[in-house]
Design a protein around this ligand. Sequence first.
Ligand SMILES: *[C@@H]1O[C@H](CO)[C@@H](O)[C@H](O)[C@H]1NC(C)=O
Ligand SMILES: *[C@@H]1O[C@H](CO)[C@@H](O)[C@H](O)[C@H]1NC(C)=O
Ligand SMILES: *[C@@H]1O[C@H](CO)[C@@H](O)[C@H](O)[C@H]1NC(C)=O
Ligand SMILES: *[C@@H]1O[C@H](CO)[C@@H](O)[C@H](O)[C@H]1NC(C)=O
Ligand SMILES: *[C@@H]1O[C@H](CO)[C@@H](O)[C@H](O)[C@H]1NC(C)=O
Ligand SMILES: *[C@@H]1O[C@H](CO)[C@@H](O)[C@H](O)[C@H]1NC(C)=O
Ligand SMILES: *[C@@H]1O[C@H](CO)[C@@H](O)[C@H](O)[C@H]1NC(C)=O
Ligand SMILES: *[C@@H]1O[C@H](CO)[C@@H](O)[C@H](O)[C@H]1NC(C)=O
Ligand SMILES: *[C@@H]1O[C@H](CO)[C@@H](O)[C@H](O)[C@H]1NC(C)=O
Ligand SMILES: *[C@@H]1O[C@H](CO)[C@@H](O)[C@H](O)[C@H]1NC(C)=O
Ligand SMILES: *[C@@H]1O[C@H](CO)[C@@H](O)[C@H](O)[C@H]1NC(C)=O
Ligand SMILES: *[C@@H]1O[C@H](CO)[C@@H](O)[C@H](O)[C@H]1NC(C)=O
Ligand SMILES: [Cu+2]
Length: 578
Amino acid sequence: MATHFVLVAEKFFQLIAWTWLIPLLLKSVTAQPSICQQLDPSPNLQMFVDKLPIPATIDISTGAQLTLGIYKITQKLHRDLPNTTLYAYGTSQATASSPGPTLRAKRGIISHVRWENHISDPFHFLPVDSSIHWANPKSGGVPIVTHLHGAEVESASDGHPDTWFTEKGETGPKFVTQNYTYANSQPPTMLWYHDHVVGITRLNVYAGLAGVYFINSPSEDAYNLPSGDFEIPLVIQDKQFYANGSLNFPNVGDSPLIHPIWCPEFFGDTILVNGKIWPYLNVQPRLYRFRILNAANARFFTLSFNNSKLSFDQIGTDGGFLYKPIVLSTLTVAPAFRVDVLVDFSSLAPGTDVLLTNSAPAPFPSGSPALSPNGTHVVMKFHVISADSYTPGASSSIPSTFPPYAAINLTNVTVTRNLTLQEFDDSNGNPIVSLLGNLTWVDPVTETPLVGSTEIWQIINLTPDAHPIHVHLIQFHVLNQQSFDETGFLNGSCNLSKNFPKPGSCFTEKPRGPTVDQIGWKDTAITWPGNVTRFLIKFTPQDGSSFPFDVTAGPGFVWHCHILDHEDNDMMRPYVLH
Ligand SMILES: *[C@@H]1O[C@H](CO)[C@@H](O)[C@H](O)[C@H]1NC(C)=O
Ligand SMILES: *[C@@H]1O[C@H](CO)[C@@H](O)[C@H](O)[C@H]1NC(C)=O
Ligand SMILES: *[C@@H]1O[C@H](CO)[C@@H](O)[C@H](O)[C@H]1NC(C)=O
Ligand SMILES: *[C@@H]1O[C@H](CO)[C@@H](O)[C@H](O)[C@H]1NC(C)=O
Ligand SMILES: *[C@@H]1O[C@H](CO)[C@@H](O)[C@H](O)[C@H]1NC(C)=O
Ligand SMILES: *[C@@H]1O[C@H](CO)[C@@H](O)[C@H](O)[C@H]1NC(C)=O
Ligand SMILES: *[C@@H]1O[C@H](CO)[C@@H](O)[C@H](O)[C@H]1NC(C)=O
Ligand SMILES: *[C@@H]1O[C@H](CO)[C@@H](O)[C@H](O)[C@H]1NC(C)=O
Ligand SMILES: *[C@@H]1O[C@H](CO)[C@@H](O)[C@H](O)[C@H]1NC(C)=O
Ligand SMILES: *[C@@H]1O[C@H](CO)[C@@H](O)[C@H](O)[C@H]1NC(C)=O
Ligand SMILES: *[C@@H]1O[C@H](CO)[C@@H](O)[C@H](O)[C@H]1NC(C)=O
Ligand SMILES: *[C@@H]1O[C@H](CO)[C@@H](O)[C@H](O)[C@H]1NC(C)=O
Ligand SMILES: [Cu+2]
């Protein structure tokens, strides 16, 4: 009760604060250029001097409890950069790393992870904006809570943003336990774990709190895919550095009277893969399987090779295998997306260098271009080694198909929800908050699907940017997307209930199937500006069975934008099943 009153009061205060401040802001005559993108550039760092690290693997398929702590560490991110202070996951201070250790679970075998907070800092080492709703522990310290992204998981173990805890033992209002249980009931895929504390997720993830989690199954062995040294996770991030190696992050917002620090998106000028800046990987002229994760705060990556002999054979998405591989020359990977690709280097002569490049503008899709030739346009380099310099591993091949999955039945849709994405600006046009369905994080729950039911979530994007929208607990399909007239929708002169081309319809085209980067099982999908994007969601486990836990119990789930700066303020909503 008391908490609820405080939250409501805080929201009320925020609304009052805005209305009161806007007249003040109107007095400022010139529109300010964005302070947020004016960080000093990182030091010049030579590319491809560090080998791609492969995070250590921990097998969690025995059912025994693993304890993973969050520690403050320093890590060498580039040959010529002094060590960087980070927060990192590990079984000890000495072994903690960013990304954290890769966890390997087995489908059907429950795993147990105890998460511990070993950060005794009185304050976060990155600037917290206390004007936005955040954990704000009374006894100080750095709150943490870990979410296993993409998992079919009971809500008590989902890392709900209000279930945080500090090193001193202070807990968030919905805290249940530090001992998490993962059912591992879903088909084999790559998940990832990362921090999810209310209001500072962007800081904790940027500080280093992210790692890879595989669910494996013996059924995968039949496909003869590259494995062992030839199956490699690529965790891609952008960061910005001071010359002393410290992380640089905005400490002045575009709208400092309202949010002294918060910036609508953080984009770094330096690309890291698996925790090294612009690394290289020596490859044999053979087939590799790369498990790509975009773990950046806000940056989308559109990946390609600078060599037309190479392409991506995409075999899987967030939620597992596609029906069959899709051959792509470019691959758009939004924040939180996982992409499972095969790349065949066998046609390349020994000594060949290939760049993995990025052409996605930031913000996506119509912001500044990636900087070429020596900036965010480059991700990493592959170097093909000569045949006499290695022992070949077992051969592998590109499967032609994977078993079809049970499609979600459209005729079973019982509820269609209309959910807007909106950005609200100050009088200088600087974003001050982004909302889902025009509601804040602390508003009462509005999404309450029935267990087992099928729904369509129509995401109505009224902002100029694409947002990667993530729904916890389930994997869904992007049904379609459709351009519409935003102005007409907002002024009520057209209607989304009337479909194209009926007179009075807001839609300006027929529904289009998902873009190629959004086919298959998704837990996070791009919602394009000027479009209504429809998610087809069945609130069951992915295989259509029943949840092996009480999915209605506990603190509930959330859905949110995975641009972490948006999620923190305030593009996140609770949802509960009943
Ligand atoms: C990239 O090249 C530009 C000139 O093309 C130079 O000004 C800049 O310092 C370089 N940056 C890095 C990180 O090497
Ligand atoms: C820098 O970090 C590396 C780990 O990346 C560690 O081995 C080394 O001891 C650190 N050096 C210092 C001076 O802290
Ligand atoms: C959590 O796990 C720890 C370590 O195994 C154990 O000591 C503790 O009793 C567990 N706590 C709960 C609430 O289950
Ligand atoms: C690194 O440099 C920045 C910018 O000069 C400074 O603010 C910060 O305190 C320095 N960090 C350390 C650990 O020296
Ligand atoms: C790709 O980039 C690498 C590194 O700059 C270069 O050596 C190689 O020649 C380029 N490939 C092509 C086909 O241009
Ligand atoms: C979808 O559900 C309808 C009604 O329950 C049923 O007639 C139809 O066969 C189902 N289609 C599929 C592909 O399961
Ligand atoms: C669709 O709903 C019908 C009636 O509730 C049910 O019998 C059928 O199994 C459902 N189909 C799917 C694919 O969920
Ligand atoms: C959003 O909600 C506020 C009330 O909280 C209302 O005044 C406003 O008209 C709504 N805006 C839109 C675009 O729906
Ligand atoms: C509403 O928006 C449409 C654009 O779709 C415009 O043509 C129309 O004039 C607007 N009506 C009002 C009342 O502003
Ligand atoms: C939109 O169309 C539906 C169905 O035709 C109707 O019930 C509704 O009142 C219309 N809304 C507006 C704003 O015109
Ligand atoms: C959402 O909009 C659709 C029309 O596009 C309408 O059929 C449906 O009833 C709306 N849902 C709600 C909950 O208003
Ligand atoms: C809708 O999204 C597509 C990309 O899928 C884009 O090309 C199109 O411009 C968008 N529509 C509007 C009105 O912005
Ligand atoms: Cu967003």
